[in-house]
Design a binder for this molecule. Structure first.
Ligand SMILES: [Zn+2]
Length: 421
């Protein structure tokens, strides 16, 4: 097998093993590795095929139209679901990582043409607003139409070269969350280096000391990707200092080709150009740690220093934050730090929609952009808006939330679920 073909197989394996990429068992398991921790099982191809058939037959379009004004609601304690009219605003936040293909990041591949098709679909079928507007509308709602915001995490170079022209062409008020040390140094984050190490490591097995010796298989591209996912999942549980030691140990055993690591992140000039062009930027910590593994001092520094540097470089206030990795148990207790630091929101990777009762420092996001076909993207999005009402948490079903819903009735009457173009 040639090096190039082997590389392609690695990317495919990474997409399947780490992203789910149209084969994950459940879209609620985040599809992108950077915010995921487990290797996913394969979704039967028949499901992808069935959704393609539904899409071509117009059924997905019908779901999408139904979701404009209707939602499914579980009867409490029962397994039946009621169809009811939408009575409160619902906000979806899309989470992307990279737009583009080839090279680092190895876990994330999204051809620009596929991204453009998704953005065109959003523009034609959903109301699209900025995160600033989303936060404002969570307090003062103006529409019942299914509404989305578009976000990107980390700050890969392709966001300027591939995504930005598309965002401009369709007038998308996107937000990019930057890992500041990666932008300052031009170096990719620690997990990207591990993926690369496992791709280029020589031999059939790698032995690492991860709180005890562990053996990782290198015999195929998919097993190499699986090994990388397992190593990163283990390192996410360690303190930052111990994690750095383990990364140094790995890189003493595997030589990383520097050419693969160059020019992968945005530069400040590119960021400033996009900022002038209407893209918003948010903080994503300094070093992309797991927030819940940090001391309070470390967490405070990661959040506030990333905000300080970003504001300095942009000469503009920064109001939004995204948790690295972002699963509920990985976010830690950051609300007081975020509020004191002047943030208006913090995004996680917990699956779901946001509504008036959602904690603005625990916003939910969905990662469906890399799940495969246009049919799958449209299906997942319409299913999200149609079904999410059935998944309201207890906190959002409390009386306070019901009062807020009642106060929204005037909007419901005037809007009637109409979608803003
Ligand atoms: Zn990230």
């Amino acid at each position: 097998m040639s090096g190039e073909r082997q590389g392609s197989a690695f990317v495919r394996a990474g997409r399947n093993a780490a992203h789910g990429h149209a084969e994950g068992p459940d879209p609620r398991i985040e599809p992108s590795f950077a915010e995921a921790s487990t290797v996913r099982h394969s979704r039967p191809r028949w499901r992808e095929f069935a959704i393609e058939v539904l899409y071509r037959a117009g059924a997905v379009r019908l779901m999408e139209r139904m979701a404009r004004s209707l939602e499914l609601k579980s009867t409490r304690g029962g397994k039946w679901q009621q169809i009811r009219r939408v009575s409160a605003p619902r906000f979806g936040i899309l989470c992307y990582h990279r737009v583009g293909t080839g090279g680092v990041p190895l876990y994330s591949q999204l051809p620009a043409k596929t991204f453009e098709a998704q953005i065109r679909y959003l523009r034609e079928n959903y109301r699209i607003i900025s995160l600033d507007q989303l936060i404002a509308e969570m307090t003062n709602p103006v529409s019942l139409a299914p509404t989305v915001a578009v976000t990107f995490d980390d700050g890969y170079r392709g966001l300027f070269t591939e995504a930005y022209p598309i965002l401009q062409a369709y007038g998308i008020p996107a937000t990019i969350f930057l890992t500041i040390q990666s932008i300052e140094t031009g170096q990719v984050a620690w997990y990207d280096r591990i993926f690369l190490a496992l791709k280029v490591a020589i031999g059939t097995e790698l032995v690492l000391d991860l709180e005890g010796p562990r053996r990782f298989s290198l015999v195929s591209p998919s097993l190499r990707m699986q090994s990388a996912v397992e190593i990163i999942s283990s390192l996410r549980l360690l303190s930052p200092s111990r994690r750095r030691e383990c990364c140094a140990d790995l890189e003493s055993k595997v030589h990383l080709p520097q050419v693969e690591l160059q020019d992968r992140m945005l530069t400040w000039d590119q960021i400033r150009a996009m900022h002038l062009g209407g893209v918003s930027f948010g903080a994503h910590t300094m070093s992309h740690p797991v927030a819940s593994r940090l001391s309070e001092d470390e967490l405070t520094w990661e959040i506030l220093e990333s905000k300080r540097i970003l504001e300095l470089r942009l000469n503009s206030p920064v109001r939004h934050f995204a948790f690295p990795f972002g699963k509920r148990e990985e976010c830690g207790n950051a609300a007081a730090i975020l509020a004191k630091g002047g943030f208006h929101s913090a995004s996680t990777t917990e699956w779901g929609l946001n509504s008036q009762g959602t904690d603005p420092f625990r916003l939910r996001r969905v990662q469906i952009g890399e799940m495969g076909t246009q049919a799958m993207f449209a299906f997942q999005l319409s299913q999200l808006f149609l079904r999410d009402g059935a998944d309201e948490s207890e906190e959002e079903s409390n009386s306070s939330h019901k009062r807020k819903r009642a106060s929204f009735r005037h909007v419901a009457r005037s809007d009637g679920g109409r979608r803003d173009a």
